[in-house]
Design a protein around this ligand. Sequence first.
Ligand SMILES: Nc1ncnc2c1ncn2[C@@H]1O[C@H](COP(=O)(O)OP(=O)(O)OP(=O)(O)O)[C@@H](O)[C@H]1O
Length: 579
Amino acid sequence: MIVHPELRRAARHVRRPLLAATLLQAAVTLTHLAQAALLAVALADVARGVTGRLPVLLGAVLALVAARAWLGHRQRRTAVRAGAAVRVRLRDELLAHLGRLGPAHLTTARAGAVRTTLVDGVEGVDAYVSRYLPQLLVTLAVPPLLLAALALVEPLALLGLVPALLLALAGPRAWDRLLARRGKEHWDTYEALGADYLEALQGMPALRAAGAVGRTRQRLEERSSLLHRATVAKLRVSLVDTGLTDLAVQGGTVAAALLACGSAVTGSTTATGTYLVLLIAAECFRPVRDLSREWHAGYLGASAADGLAALRTARPAVADTGTVPARWSAPPELRFENVGFTYEGAGRPALCGVSFTAEAGRTTALVGPSGAGKSTLVALLLRHHDPRTGRITVAGRDVADHTLDSLRRGIAVVSQHTHLFHDTVAGNLRLAAPDATDAELTRAARTAGIHDEITALPDGYATVVGERGATLSGGQRQRLALARALLADAPVLVLDEATSAVDERRESGIVRELLAAAGDRTVLVVAHRIAAVRDADRIVVLDDGRVDAVGTHTALVAAGGVYTDLVRAGHAHEGELAA
Ligand SMILES: Nc1ncnc2c1ncn2[C@@H]1O[C@H](COP(=O)(O)OP(=O)(O)OP(=O)(O)O)[C@@H](O)[C@H]1O
């Protein structure tokens, strides 16, 4: 009888349907009881050789059977509805929270484990709430009522039934803790296996390239046998629980039968009373047996409860405390003022006293060697983290003043890790602008340099691109993501290595077209290759978390330093340095 606070919380929102399901379940139990009483009277009549009432009694039994079937059907429907409501609400809540946690959460949590919690864990809670909880309430309420009724007919029978019921209900509580621990161990192993499988599937090309498929398969097999052992350990405790319940149920029924027979032999009870004791004693234990059966359905939910609670209460890297919606009537200025930031657990700061301004409606480029802090600056602008020192303002207001949702909607980002969904090209493009017309899709795709390739696909814009855009090349995926960002029509556009997978020959052309299409938006371009940024209005050179220089391409080349090194390290042709 594990009632985890997380499961109580999940059930709180469906109190009414749950109460209805419990009452219907109780009504089903009452039909069993009434049937037992009618059969007891009928059997006593048969024993006495009186058959006059038999047709009425048996007719009533049949009516009860029909009523029970109807009540049972209603009960299941109500319970399923309550379970579905719990499932939908919990998933919505968790998904919304995952959105607030942002990508920072997945640097510590594993995607496969989160998936297992969201899918299997929530299904388990559904079974727990819709099947186990109503039965638990009925089990706590009905047997005491039946015992009270039996006390009126044959008080002696209680001597056998009460201890047996107490043993059946309270006995297994002795190892509730062990049961909870085994359940958690099983869940953790199950979650880890799910995460391993997802990672192995997603990383299959890398595993093949490294010749590590065999080793991974072996590791997965080890994980599988760990899960098998955890399942057996869990079942062992669970079966002891069920065994004890069964023993108490059987023992109690036999004791009640012996007592009833004793009373019949001594003649202290009528024939009807004896049959009543025999049949009602069995009914006393029916809810206990049913509870034991439903427990197995709800055990998964009880085991997943800790994981669900951990996900639901995980703290986002930043608090969504801003109250002002980010609605900029004109492209805003972005200002970084003395920004410093250190990742949790990192020995040295990723950024240190970074100050620069990305002018409104202009293109500012961020360049620097690998690890200089370019992506960290973008993450801070989007508030995936907050700076440890300094501040970032958009249109003169601290980004922390804005609600997270509106801030992120106002800044369209195309990063080097584009994500496409298993949908058509058009469906992927319309993610950012569900109402965009076909003409608008085409215009955005043309600007991103992907239109011709889309029309060459078997079904053009209606072609399904596969999971994560698997049927497209890296460059095509990036250009689709660019088109999607253009459609989003946000006043700020951030291109974070957005063309890194596009060949250099096409890169400068695409970037030039993009910047023209960006119109008067404020654009921040992060790039390794100078070709992607040489036309920017202003270039900020970052080195080791600090601003090394700010200027135009021509001025920076003339000044020498880190920028010139970057140009030289790239595929700069003579003209680039000379420009
Ligand atoms: N999640 C993280 N946890 C800890 N340290 C991190 C994390 N992400 C980045 N860093 C560190 O912060 C520093 C800046 O990283 P960042 O990704 O911002 O650099 P970058 O200039 O974008 O590099 P690249 O051009 O290679 O993408 C690096 O030293 C990096 O190792």
